[in-house]
Design a protein around this ligand. Sequence first.
Ligand code: ZN
Length: 727
Amino acid sequence: MRSILLTIGMMASIMIHGQQVFGPAALQDMMAQNHDPSSDSSCHQSHCFTAGCQGLHGTNVDGNSQVGTPSWYDATSGVRSAIFVLDFAEDFPSEAQPAVQYAVDIWASSIESVIPIRMTAVWDSLSPSILAQASPLEVIHDFPGAPVANCQYAIALANQLAGEDLNPDAQDMILKFSDQVTWYHGLDGQTPSGAYDMVTVALHEMAHGLGYLGSANHNGNSGFMGFQGVPFIYDQFVELSDQSSILEFVSGTVSLGNVLESDALYWGGDQGVAANLVGRPRLFAPATWAPGASYSHLRESSYIIGNINSLMTPFLSMSESIHTPGPVSLGMMQDMGWTLPPTLCNITMVEPLVQSSCNPASNSYTQQLRVTYENAPSNGTLVVNGVSFAITSSPQTVSLVGLPSNGQLVDVEVYFSENPACSYTVAELFEAPAPCCLVLRMVEVNPQAQTITLINVGSCEGELSGYTLKSEGQTVNVGSLAEGALLAPGETTTVSWPGWPDNVEGGDLTLYDGFGSYDDYVQWLTPGNSGEFLANIYGLWETGGFLDGLPPYTYIGDPTANPAEHGLTFWEAVPYPCAFLGMEVGATSECNAQDDDFTQEFTFTLQSPPASGTSIMVQDSVLTFDGNNPWSILLTLPATGSPVDVVATVVDDPACTATFSAAMVAPESCACPTDLDGGGYVDVNDLLLFLGDYGCLSGCNADFDGDDIVNVNDLLIFLGAYGSFCN
Ligand SMILES: [Zn+2]
């Protein structure tokens, strides 16, 4: 059977103190009076048909909130799952029409229809407190194909279920908008302060027109249910806390009235429950019945402003927009019999999360992304910039590793391997870190000149400013010392560090890039400098080891070797120069009368001695160095009785020489020159030799006074010694 419920204008949306109450108050009044003969229907209607009976209060504030369109809604596409036929009354302002059309278009993508849903939008003078009005023009039960017997359906829904237009001569609903409201006609949801979003209001009222309403009513004492004794399909799903059905209560009783004011009514339909995040969707059922608001809406305080399901709550603020029916309300529509379009695979968002620093070892980094999607394929993979990930659940976090650090903005493309059309592309989603492939190593360190030579052993050019030098507790950025900011692979650069603390007598130098462990280290002349401890931990240096020599200190390993060559073994100092540091005077022999000489032991201590076999001249003797240090020698020297200056010189390194002045005193001379035959006694044989030499003018043995002539003076010396022994 078919019942004409009401004409336009009887469904009130009531505004009190700036807040909107949507709802079929008048419809409920009408239903109550129509099927409950015991009530004082005329009084009831006159009492509640006007806005004044609502008794609801709200704060007059802007909501400043926007909820966008459904993820599946594409405003540009021509394909819609439902057919709506929308007519505008002649005086409907053209500037207001796009907002209503937009709301219709969103619904046309949110449900399916086989029979066109026909509606007319009217512009009229409503009560100043009324924003808009809508309801089904008709409810109908037990039509051919009705899924549930003895149950009223909105005509638009009944048409779909019947597969034919059950009332081809009439509209299915009429939307009536007030001409006395400050409307925002825009489609973008950016509703300004003080205005109401027409798209939102149209979406809300259309839901009621499509059947989102129940039949319950209240007269301040008793509760009522059903229209002409027949409940609505909506009523079938309304439950109490204990999941019992509201239909178990008898219409016209106080107990039903109490339940309707219990603030404990829930939606029990499977699809509505499934779409709710926690438990059953909760309905608006305040302790005092609010005509037009109670029962046929979601509970305001459970779906607060900004909630994706807040369209079908009873309150709307100014500057609040909600451009989606919300999954809960759509689930409720599905429970009541509406078919929803197949939910297609959809990637709705890709967000950058954590980004790692550039790793100098690989000049790469890791980027974490969060991908939000729905209805992912049941197999295959999620592909993000060509990298496949197992599909888990949305939102899914994935990590892209080994991305090149090039400082560029990165585009992201995401799709499912089993459904490449289900994709999402966003340009320049995040920025790669700057390159860090520069890998610096020290090749020469000169604390005296305060210079450091560095080589880039990395595979690409990089910024020197990524590196720091540290010595004696002082640090300096390499980039601040270098003339150029970049260093090409394989190139070296020598930087000067004027502020380098003086550690010529011993110190260390650390090189690091701020990423992970130290990168290079060298220590000279003294152990235990400030960087040694960590350098040892990082495998760069042996504790206690240091270079012993003069600067510059030079790396002699292979800087590109793998594993890296670090440590004392791979460094070299300039050797100290060869020098005679000291000499000890050893045993001295007696004077040897034969040659009037003596033998003397000397022991030299050398710095950087020459190679074994090298010739070293000591006094007039060329000796062969035996490689020992200290080096002991035995010299034969004339017995002069005078202090001896000992001079030692490496023959082929004349700079390696030393003179030890008056190192010792030679024994007194023990010569016996008149013993010309060496017989130990000056006798006649010596006289004969003297006489044979007499008159000699050169190289003469008997020239005792050394005047290069053997004459009477020498004879007198000879005679003076005649007959004496020589020792
Ligand atoms: Zn409403």
